[in-house]
Write a protein that binds this ligand. Structure first.
Ligand SMILES: [Zn+2]
Ligand SMILES: [Zn+2]
Length: 307
């Protein structure tokens, strides 16, 4: 099975502190690296994760609050200094493209590599990336400004063949792909042999959903249903419920509720407001657990496997 992991590079909120960096996550699938959000200091965190900058091919920016992208120009500049030549794909709201180009122009920097910018809009979920194993879709969120989460999803996998049965029934080679897709087999005498004689069901496709920042929104639920792992912001505790609503953020209980309704397997929470202290972490967990049992804190530097 291909490696599918998420490393939390930053899990803080608007104000960086000594303990928490702003949002950034590195997703590894097989030998590909995707960066989701790029808060201030992300490049240092990527170094700590011992991943070469040059391996990151796609960067997805959820929205243009500084805690989600102020590290982008620094990282792009380092990629330039390190002699990157491969294309870099950046996804985000259209203003991000203007911001990047203004910064490059002001410093007379001509990037050595090609920047491919993909504008994201936010009304409906869109497929924004596809390769042979994966698809990435946006998750429109409910925040003060245009904001998208991202769903990284494995494509349905073929059924697994039972070689001894293929041999026994003398299945011709050209039929095997069809059988892996679920076809039955007709023998030369016209007998139909059902597909499950030749194959095992495929492994269930895995998916990772990233939702930050957002007010509580039921519209998210169908877009992330049955995900293997969900990261959902939880900026506030329940006693700041009114503030969460006003600032278009979520509480830990609401993050748990979304996970519960979407029937995901596991939930990570982060983006806690800097007003809270280290010892409040357990309250975040216990409040989220009132709605969803399998929840963990998104810890910086920690890698979570998507399973
Ligand atoms: Zn934020
Ligand atoms: Zn925000």
């Amino acid at each position: 099975m291909n490696k599918f992991e998420v490393t939390i590079l930053g899990s803080g909120s608007a104000l960086p502190t000594l303990k928490k960096r702003p949002t950034s996550q590195l997703v590894q699938y097989s030998n590909k690296y995707f960066l989701i959000d790029c808060g201030e200091g992300t490049q240092v965190q990527v170094r700590k994760a011992k991943v070469s900058f040059l391996k990151i091919s796609h960067i997805f920016i959820s929205h243009l609050h500084g805690d989600h992208y102020f590290g982008l120009i620094g990282l792009m500049s380092s990629m330039h200094l390190l002699g990157r030549v491969a294309d870099l794909h950046v996804y985000g709201p259209k203003e991000l493209n203007e911001i990047i180009h203004l910064q490059l122009r002001a410093s007379y920097t001509q990037l050595r590599y090609n920047l491919v910018f993909h504008e994201l809009v936010g009304k409906d979920s869109q497929k924004i990336y596809e390769d042979k194993n994966l698809e990435i879709h946006t998750i429109p969120l409910k925040h003060k400004i245009l904001t998208n989460g991202f769903l990284i999803q494995e494509k349905p996998r073929p059924r697994k063949a039972k070689p001894e049965k293929l041999k026994f029934y003398e299945v011709p080679h050209y039929k095997i792909d069809g059988i892996k897709r679920g076809d039955d087999f007709e023998t030369p005498s016209g007998e139909i042999i059902p597909n499950d004689t030749f194959t095992f069901p495929p492994e269930k496709e895995r998916s990772y959903a990233f939702c930050s920042d957002t007010a509580y929104s039921d519209k998210i639920v169908p877009l992330i249903e049955n995900s293997s792992l969900l990261y959902h912001e939880a900026t506030f505790l329940e006693k700041e419920n009114a503030l969460a609503k006003k600032t278009y953020h979520s509480t830990a209980v609401q993050a748990g509720l979304i996970a519960n309704k979407a029937k995901v397997k596991g939930l990570l929470i982060g983006h806690f407001s800097a007003r809270y202290k280290e010892e409040d972490t357990t309250t975040f967990l216990s409040e989220a657990r009132t709605e969803f049992e399998n929840v963990e804190i998104a810890e910086e530097g920690k890698t979570y496997s998507v399973k």
